[in-house]
Design a protein around this ligand. Sequence first.
Ligand code: AMP
Length: 122
Amino acid sequence: MDCVFCKIINGEIPSYKVYEDDIVVAFLDINPFSTGHTLIVPKVHTLDLETIDDETLNHIMMVARKIAKDITRKLDAPGYTLIQNNGFVEEVKHFHLHVIPKYKKDKKMDIKDVYEKITQSE
Ligand code: AMP
């Protein structure tokens, strides 16, 4: 299947992976809306909100809560937004939840530095 997120999950193309478990992978968005913009994707290829199973969807929301808390603390973001696109506005046709940190003043950081800051040990 020619799916960029499946290729990331399978390790065929590189990503800045910030979280992984049996059900999902989370990695930094390559074209971020803000510093720390992260995507959470199910490991099983699933198109969208209508086709994802309840258990996986619930798990993704719980992971979103954990990741959002972790990332916003490490990047000093005072807020965050979740976005999930479907239909023609879904560019990559593999379910993904965007976790987008929000800053009072625009914060610019190189993606490698963001990755290091998020994944560095406590
Ligand atoms: P959407 O419009 O909700 O489908 O968003 C798809 C997102 O995937 C966009 O924000 C892209 O920047 C992001 N994206 C596409 N390819 C990659 C990639 N190889 N690594 C990380 N993020 C990607």
